[in-house]
Every structure is written in structure tokens, then in C-alpha cells.
Design a protein around this ligand. Sequence first.
Ligand SMILES: C[S@@+](CC[C@H](N)C(=O)[O-])C[C@H]1O[C@@H](n2cnc3c(N)ncnc32)[C@H](O)[C@@H]1O
Length: 312
Amino acid sequence: MPLQIDTNTELIQSPLNYTGGKYKLLPQILPLFPKDIDIFVDIFCGGGNVGINAAADKVIFNDKNKYLIGILENFFQPEEKLFRHIDEIIQEYGLSESAKYGFAYYNTTGTKGLAKYNRNKYLRLREDFNNADVKDEKYYLMLYVLIVYAFNNQIRFNRKEQFNLPPGKRDFNNTIKMKLKRFINRLAWGNYEFSALDFREFSLSKLTENSLVYVDPPYLISCAQYNEKGGWNAGDELDLLNFLDDLTNKNIRFALSNVIRCKGKENSILIDWLKQHDSKYRIEKLNFDYNHSSYKINNKNLITEEVLIMNY
Ligand SMILES: C[S@@+](CC[C@H](N)C(=O)[O-])C[C@H]1O[C@@H](n2cnc3c(N)ncnc32)[C@H](O)[C@@H]1O
């Protein structure tokens, strides 16, 4: 029996505040998924917002970011043990615990934040993490703590693979604790697997016509002020579209998140591919106001479109 999830009340949010996270769109995306999924592959899983809420016999989280997958894999343990290990790291480095002591204790306010108090402690943790040789459970939990205390909770490594973000305003507060608790409790009662592969290397051999591959790549055209593309280029986009055709040829279902047009830009590679397939794929437009409607690719009136494209 696939895991049944009531999308009105039980949506789980990733404890990683991930760029491009799909949490807000879940009430529109989840009802578009088939109801009979054996294996759900969240192939560009990021923070895992979609995979963790998918109703399927088994969910595979895949992302080429091995750090991210390392963290998610190490969340797979009893709640009490995980929280104890995180607390041990926070205490070892003397990082703030605003949930316990409030902001005044650290001579700051919620608005000013905790970066100043945490700075040297955080930098010491960052240095120890960057110099660690063994990639064990503690290594990934140190990285998780770094992300929780980092600027905007982002994950960023330089070319030498050194985590390089400065400290941010927040710490391991009650909101993030609650997200982590709910996320790992869901992990504990479902059937989950992890892999850290480029989508081109992912084997389709175990998938069947009852599987669904959910595809949420970096977008070729970005709607945000800042660059969200993360190195994604036209070559990657073309390889991805070939990968989707391959899924269709193998009778495996896919659902692709993307934007077709946005703020005067358009993804012509995606548009051409959709035209080539001449209405073979179903396109649903998604809105942040919780409505969605079908439309045709040649509708000229559309300006910004977040869409879900499906081959079923
Ligand atoms: C838009 S994010 C996914 C967000 C996710 N759906 C969520 O809700 O949290 C895109 C992800 O694709 C991953 N990625 C980029 N290139 C990839 C590739 N070639 N193969 C697999 N994953 C890739 C990035 O590491 C990033 O985590």
C-alpha cells in the first residue's frame, strides 16, 4: 500500500532551507501525481520537499550534491539520538541556543540576530569541518549545524570544496527543530533510499510503468534577482530533455517542474521540445494562489509561468 498523505494537514517542510524549494507549490503539485506509484524518484531532490511528501511504496532521493545527500542519509536515525548529537556539536563550539535562553541573553534581538555572537565559534566549526578527513555521521551533522547557523541557511562550497558561507542571523531555533523532527519522523515510517548521482548516471533499470520520476532541475531562465542556475546550461537542458524522452520510450512516467517564460525571458529550448512533441505532453500551469489550469503552449497572453509537464 503506498503511503497515504493528507495534503491539507500533513505537509512536511524540509529542514534545509533550499533555494528553489517546492514546499509552497506542493498543494498544487501533489494532486497532479498518479495515485498508484511503486517507486517515486525525486531525481533533483534538493532539500527533499517533494519526495518526503510523495505517496509511493518507495521514494528515492537523488541529487548530484553529495553533501546534501550525506546530510539526508544521516537524518535516518532515532529522533532522540539525532537531536542529542546536534546539541553536542552546538555545545562543543559554544554556539547560541536562543530557543533555550532567548535573544537578550546574547545581548541582541530577533531583528539584529545572532551572527555577531556566533561569528568566531561558527568560524572554528567551519574550519574543523573543512579540515576533517573522515566523512562520518559527525562530519555531516557538523555540516548541517553550519547550514543552520549560516547566512540565509544556504549550502555553498568554493572550488577547493571548502564550505565558505559566513554566519547568519539565526540558530537552531524552535521552527527549524520542528521541521527537522517532522521530516525525520516521516523518514522513519516510509521506505526511503538515497543516491548522489548526476541525473545522466541514474539507472532506470528498476523502474516500471508504475514509477514516477519527479524532475526539478535548476531553471535555465531564472525569475529571481540573483542567479539560481548553479552552473546549469543549455547542454544540460538538452541532455535532460533527452532523458525525459528516454523515460517516455521506456513507459516510465515523469513530471517536470520548470518555468517556460518569465519576466520577458523564455526557455526556447523547452518550448521547441514541447512543440516537437506536438501536444504529447500535458502542461499544467501552477500559481501561488493555489489555482491551476491547463493551457496551450501557443497562448500569447502568458507572462510568467511555473509549470508541471507530464507524460501521463
Ligand atoms: C531546484 S533544486 C531542487 C529543489 C527541490 N525540489 C526542493 O523542493 O527542495 C535543483 C537541484 O538539482 C541539483 N542538480 C543540479 N545539477 C544536477 C545534475 N546534473 N544531476 C542531479 N542533480 C543536479 C542541485 O544540486 C539542486 O539541489
